[in-house]
Design a binder for this molecule. Structure first.
Ligand SMILES: Nc1ncnc2c1ncn2[C@@H]1O[C@H](COP(=O)(O)OP(=O)(O)OP(=O)(O)O)[C@@H](O)[C@H]1O
Ligand SMILES: O=P(O)(O)OC[C@H]1O[C@H](OP(=O)(O)OP(=O)(O)O)[C@H](O)[C@@H]1O
Ligand SMILES: [Mg+2]
Length: 322
């Protein structure tokens, strides 16, 4: 029996939000011995083991199949995993860690605004200087693919491990490809993003490895985790709306137009309605119920909405067999 292994960021900007994400799903990540212990557990789930890794190590572990699930940035999935479509399955985006991978050039290049302009500069540069334009980046694979798509071949990649934005000023490259969120690092280094130079819009994702050992035990644990995650996700978009109306059947028909549905049959009071309503339609739903005779309509937020069909688990199960 092999446990389900989940890799979560041990440091960096995704760490805190990852703990919060599992917490919202009612899953408490335990790191016995504190931040220096690289193995942990989830309280109450005995067939789950947590591996604490850096965000880029998580992408590699998913690719190898040494972990079943990982939380990491889409940029790292696309950069560090060859043929991601056949090696990993993106379970769900997590709504945090937004960042764009972009092509940025010195602001002083006033007539370079697009990838087409850059293409011209690259050819000119080569004939004028007898060497190729240098692009500093750690996103080597993403850069190659993106530049090829724009027909740019006259360039050379200078691999950069950190402080990439400093490369043009330091003279080690002419332009860069890097990740940005607020843009303040680019701005501080007098760089601008090309108009069509956004290569990838990234955020943190829950990702499954297709190469891991998906034993019956691991798959059952995955289902338990994804049930909670899906239930929490569903609850965030839904409100419980309650009212007493003149005619329940007619009221339910009316609110079904805004997507509200009755989930529980009430035998006690023939005029009471309890409906689950999409969050954005709550005001319309309340209005319709008042038209159906309600004096008061109350709206409650929910912690979880569990369903027999799990939209996160079903596609995973299809991919890993089981
Ligand atoms: N402003 C940002 N800059 C860089 N990365 C960001 C930003 N916002 C979100 N991210 C995401 O966080 C991921 C990890 O970045 P972070 O710098 O936190 O990790 P790290 O601790 O440097 O990890 P590693 O040592 O593996 O590089 C990025 O790959 C990206 O997906
Ligand atoms: O657009 P901004 O909001 O300014 O953020 C972008 C910067 O943040 C990241 O560096 P990080 O701080 O992670 O340092 P690192 O390169 O050492 O990982 C990234 O590599 C950029 O340099
Ligand atoms: Mg970083």
């Amino acid at each position: 029996m092999s446990k389900l292994i989940i890799a979560i960021p041990s440091k960096g900007r995704l760490q805190e939000n990852t703990h919060a994400f599992f917490g919202r799903a009612g899953l408490k990540v335990d790191q016995p011995g504190g931040a220096r212990n690289y193995r942990g557990a989830i309280k109450g789930l005995h067939n789950v083991e947590i591996a604490f890794l850096s965000a880029s190590e998580i992408a590699r572990a998913l690719s190898e199949g040494s972990v079943h699930f990982g939380v990491t940035g889409l940029d790292l999935v696309e950069e560090n995993i060859s043929d991601p479509a056949n090696n990993v399955h993106v379970v769900t985006p997590l709504g945090f860690g937004p960042a764009d991978v972009v092509v940025a050039v010195p602001k002083a290049w006033i007539d370079v605004e697009s990838m087409a302009d850059l293409s011209d500069v690259a050819s000119d540069f080569r004939s004028r200087h007898g060497r190729r334009l240098r692009v500093a980046t750690k996103y080597v694979n993403l850069t190659r693919a993106f530049f090829a798509r724009h027909g740019i071949a006259d360039y050379r990649i200078v691999e950069s491990a950190g402080a990439t934005e400093g490369a043009p000023a330091a003279g080690s490259a002419e332009l860069i490809v890097d990740i940005t969120t607020t843009g303040s690092t680019l701005h501080a280094n007098n760089l601008k993003i090309l108009a069509d130079g956004v290569m990838l819009k990234s955020q943190a994702n829950l990702v499954a490895s297709l190469n891991a050992d998906w034993s019956v035990t691991a798959l059952a644990a995955a289902r338990a985790i994804l049930d909670r995650v899906a239930a929490e996700e569903a609850a965030r978009g839904i409100r419980l709306v309650k009212a007493v109306v003149d005619d329940r059947t007619q009221a339910l028909r009316s609110v079904s137009k805004v997507g509200a549905i009755q989930r529980f049959s009430e035998s006690d009071d023939a005029n009471r309605v309890n409906v689950l309503c999409p969050k954005d339609a709550v005001a319309d739903c309340a209005q319709l119920l008042i038209e159906e005779g309600a004096d008061t309509v109350t709206v409650e937020t929910l912690d979880y909405v569990f369903s027999r069909e799990n939209p996160l688990f079903t596609p995973l199960k299809e991919k890993v067999g089981g």
